[in-house]
Design a protein around this ligand. Sequence first.
Ligand SMILES: C[S@@+](CC[C@H](N)C(=O)[O-])C[C@H]1O[C@@H](n2cnc3c(N)ncnc32)[C@H](O)[C@@H]1O
Length: 250
Amino acid sequence: MQAYGPSFAKIYNLRWNPFSDTVFPRFQEYFEGRLPKKRTLLDLCCGTGRLSSLFLNAGWTVTGVDLSPDMLEHARVNNREHIENGSAQFFQANARDFALRKPVEFAISTYDALNHLESDEDLLSCFCCVHRSLKEGGTFLFDLNTPYGLQNWNNVSISDRDGFFLIHRGFYDESKHRATTKIEGFLKLESGLYERFGEIVSNTAFRNDKVGEMLREAGFRNVIFSRLQSLGTPCEDPDHEIRIFIIAEK
Ligand SMILES: C[S@@+](CC[C@H](N)C(=O)[O-])C[C@H]1O[C@@H](n2cnc3c(N)ncnc32)[C@H](O)[C@@H]1O
């Protein structure tokens, strides 16, 4: 279980939006090409709700699910207007065990959120929950860090820019198929003082072939491993991608 805590949730909300901003136009283009009828979306492991916001502003109805009450608090503040007009809701649940009241047309889970699950059993259980949450013909799109990509976590990196000092100390344990990084840093406040934050984040290295197998076991078909730049087109060698975008249909 990896619910991000309050200090990291605050920093994530301030600094980790660019990924959502990058994937949104690609996701939207892909979904619009599949002629959504009602534009209903599940954002699984929605975090602070940045990607949800972009879809909501484009007229979608979004249900966000996350394990962390602190991340969800930001998601609710960031999307207050949409919650008030009934087009957004955010609730706390574990991705490996949740249910929606009404099925949706599309489901997403981004920024290697599903790598946070700890075992194949958890991932399969998550896929079954997503499958139950989708309407017939619905589409699930998510990204994972590949085992190849997670080897890059085996290092230390330091960055210091725009009043934001960040240290990553990572370790990839190949025998346990698990990469862990300790993220620590300081954010410069308006007062000139620095606020310290920290989080330990672990990713499970799920093998692509096993992921495909589990999606099919959960009932999905037409499973495609692709790059963000060419969503829907199978990439030549998914095992040598750092991050892979996976599409599966109900
Ligand atoms: C890297 S963040 C991604 C957030 C968001 N999807 C984005 O693109 O910015 C991972 C998120 O997954 C959530 N999370 C981790 N384990 C989870 C679980 N088992 N069930 C639901 N959410 C989980 C964390 O709380 C965090 O908000």
